[in-house]
Ligand binder design. Structure first.
Ligand code: PL4
Length: 407
């Protein structure tokens, strides 16, 4: 018989978000009267801007005509969209040959692991979006969990004590470093100086950075970098993975992209861009043509304006959530609130408590779903993450319940 990929046996817990959903379902089944509000999974809730939806509808109708029909496109993506992303979002910091269109950032994070195989050392921010580590375990780049974390993974704690920027000296040379800014789950955004430190470290130590910028459009502080390619030296050490999910509400529509600079090389001098092109053409068949038409509309002035308005809407929710967790009742319980104003996530510490315990309390007493910080890594223990994605009315109701909670 075929032996099981031992990576699956090495995974010590189910994937975080289905686990949150399972606990919510279980609670709902035993409390049918509960009106549960989810501030857990970072899933967009507001309708697509009309201008963007119409572009997809028009393209779709066009497919029913001989002039408008198209079949398979280039696996790397529609040339016009690649060009537009390079122009609008990278302003000359990347060119179209370095842009690869995909069906979303999570899928690229998974595929990118085929580029490096199982013999690469991994370093991750701790806490981090769980796909980086779980995906590494599945492909065998990370091994068994020894109780403090997976073998082959260097955890880089990002805590209030280090202002959520890690001590890079713990990272071994020649590592693949996953770095997310604005960060999920802490909401921290690395400054230009911090990213410069990261880039210099990577260049000096033969590392490659996988920079996840999925929340870039939440950055409101003009001093903060929106892409790692704003940093001198990044073109020789970084890959960026990104997504239309959060800015455009494309979580269900599915569209993302990666930037792999032509200057980035493996140890033997071969081009990473060339191998990524091979991965994308071999293991991917191109993003949906209808969806790519939507992506093009996002990058028109009207689309950019509409996306900003939706993000402003979520940021208003975030400000209310922050204020709620800074309320007297939470203060008395010792809660510490971290929110930068540049991300959809509020990160709250409950010193001395377990994340899943706080999760259960908020679900049971307020019928509000959050995400336990421990699910993002060992340094997330005692924290919970609250997502600002939600209708205003739901967030207001959740905050009203939370503000009355006696802890
Ligand atoms: C729940 C840092 C959310 N089922 O939509 P994509 O694939 O383009 O982007 C996914 C993604 C990539 N990078 C980061 C992210 O935070 C996310 C989405 N994360 C969350 O609540 O943390 C949705 C999670 C989804 C999942 O497993 O990704």
């Amino acid at each position: 018989m075929i032996t099981r990929n031992e990576g699956f046996a090495n995974l010590t817990a189910g994937y975080l978000f289905p686990e949150v959903a399972r606990r919510r379902r279980e609670y709902a089944a035993s409390h049918p009267e509960a009106k549960i509000i989810s501030l857990g999974i970072g899933n967009t809730t507001e309708p697509l801007p009309k201008f963007i939806a119409k572009a997809m509808a028009d393209y779709s109708i066009g497919l029913s005509t001989p002039e408008g029909y198209s079949g398979y496109g280039d696996e790397q993506g529609n040339t016009e969209l690649r060009k537009k992303i390079a122009e609008v979002w990278y302003k000359g910091l990347a060119d179209e040959s370095e842009v690869f269109i995909s069906d979303g950032a999570k899928c690229d994070i998974a595929r990118i692991q085929t580029l490096f195989g199982r013999n690469v050392k991994i370093a991750v921010q701790d806490p981090a979006y769980p796909v980086y580590v779980d995906g590494s375990v599945i492909v065998g780049a990370a091994g068994k969990n020894n109780g403090t974390g997976y073998e082959g993974v260097t955890y880089m704690p990002c805590t209030p004590e280090n202002d959520f920027f890690p001590d890079l000296s713990v990272v071994e040379p020649d590592s693949l470093i996953y770095f997310c800014s604005p960060n999920n789950p802490t909401g921290a955004v690395a400054t230009k100086e911090q990213l410069k430190k990261l880039v210099d470290f990577a260049n000096k130590n033969g590392c490659i950075i996988i920079f996840d910028g999925a929340y870039r459009e939440f950055i409101r502080d003009p001093e903060l970098p929106k892409t790692i390619f704003e940093i001198e030296g990044a073109r020789t050490c970084a890959i960026e993975i990104n997504s239309f999910s959060k800015p455009a509400g494309f979580t269900g529509v599915r569209l993302g992209w990666s930037i792999v600079p032509n200057d980035l090389k493996f140890a033997d001098g071969t081009s990473v861009n060339r191998d990524w092109n091979r991965v994308m053409t071999t293991l991917f068949n191109g993003a949906s043509n209808v969806v790519q038409a939507g992506g093009l509309a996002c990058l028109e002035p009207e689309g950019l304006k509409a996306m900003k308005e939706v993000i402003d809407y979520y940021l208003e929710n975030a400000a209310l959530i922050k204020k709620t967790f800074e309320g007297e009742n939470f203060k008395k319980a010792g809660a510490e609130v971290y929110f930068t104003g540049n991300s959809p996530y509020i990160w709250v510490k409950f010193p001395g408590k377990k994340s899943w315990g706080v999760f259960d309390t908020l679900l049971d007493k307020c019928n509000v779903v959050t995400t336990p910080g421990s699910g993002f890594g060992p340094a997330g223990e005692s924290f919970i993450r609250i997502s600002a994605f939600g209708h205003h009315a739901d967030v207001q109701e959740a905050c009203s319940r939370l503000s009355k909670l006696a802890l």
